[in-house]
Design a protein around this ligand. Structure first.
Ligand code: G
Ligand code: G
Ligand code: MN
Ligand code: NA
Length: 250
């Protein structure tokens, strides 16, 4: 309740900011995109994790405004980067269900000047559960704008292999639970290998999340993941630090 009150205050005053975490090519470690992650420090509560406030924002109806702020900020920032690399934005199932989503994305791309092909939207398995036809129609309209669609946290939710074939994902992000022990667990490595093979056979790029060590990065490259993301490469960064991160590649 208190969190909800503070959240309303923060949304009204646009107190949220966005940090960016790089996804790198698994072979060259060259940056391919940045994932936008919302950050909020409340005057009274201090920093609050999105893992804590996003669920509250979803049930309080505030996720629509927060999602809009994040997408606008992410696209505006990405349009100013010195390299034409992509930005990805997490979409809550609540945002995805709103009728105005496609129009919103279109308007933000127009206002910020970011080409649609440089925006990726991350959805989770829970977005796909209901209204299959509506979800498919929305995904296809987004793709007509050139926007790419990534399946986030793959392997942790309501996983059905059927939807991988029916939904037009560009990218699969293997959840970090499969990455954490990948160098010591043959089972985890086998799962990663299988997901990569499946993703590639469906023309999807495959990303490993939560890469924390050099050994994991090397193994995941050998397992033919296309891109890697995690603290080993970089924590989520505020905008000025993104420019420093990109500097050697410009
Ligand atoms: O950045 P961090 O690891 O603290 O994020 C925790 C959780 O919050 C993750 O599941 C992440 O996907 C989610 N999250 C972060 N930023 C956003 C956002 O802008 N929108 C949505 N819907 N979820 C976000
Ligand atoms: O659910 P989603 O995949 O969107 O969550 C993204 C969050 O995961 C980021 O906000 C970030 O804080 C967290 N994260 C990113 N890289 C790592 C990592 O290497 N290890 C851990 N434990 N968390 C990470
Ligand atoms: Mn994500
Ligand atoms: Na994720």
């Amino acid at each position: 309740r208190r969190l909800e009150g503070r959240l309303r205050h923060a949304v009204k005053n646009k107190e949220m900011s966005v940090h960016f975490q790089p996804l790198v090519d698994s072979e060259t470690h060259y940056p391919k995109s940045f994932e936008a992650l919302v950050r909020w420090t409340d005057e009274e509560l201090g920093p609050v994790s999105p893992a804590e406030f996003i669920p509250v924002a979803e049930s309080a109806g505030l996720i629509i405004q927060i999602g809009e702020l994040v997408m606008e900020a992410a696209c505006r920032t990405a349009a100013s980067w010195p390299l034409p690399i992509n930005v990805s934005v997490n979409l809550s199932p609540v945002q995805f269900k709103r009728p105005g989503l496609v129009g919103l994305v279109q308007r933000i791309l127009k206002n910020t000047g970011l080409p649609g092909s440089r925006l990726e939207l991350e959805i989770t398995e829970s977005t796909l559960i209901e209204n299959r036809d509506e979800v498919l129609s929305t995904l296809n309209q987004l793709r007509e704008l050139g926007v790419k669609i990534a399946m986030d946290d793959f392997g942790t939710g309501y996983s059905s292999l059927g939807y991988l074939q029916s939904f037009p994902f560009d990218k699969l992000k293997i959840d970090r639970v499969f990455v954490t022990d990948v160098e010591t667990s043959d089972q985890k490595a086998s799962i990663v290998r299988a997901v990569v093979a499946m993703g590639h056979s469906l023309s999807m790029r495959v990303v490993a999340e939560g890469v924390e060590t050099e050994a994991q990065a090397a193994l995941l490259d050998r397992l033919e993941c296309d891109e890697l993301q995690g603290f080993y490469f970089s924590r989520p960064l505020p905008e000025p630090a993104v420019l420093d991160f990109l500097d050697p590649f410009v």
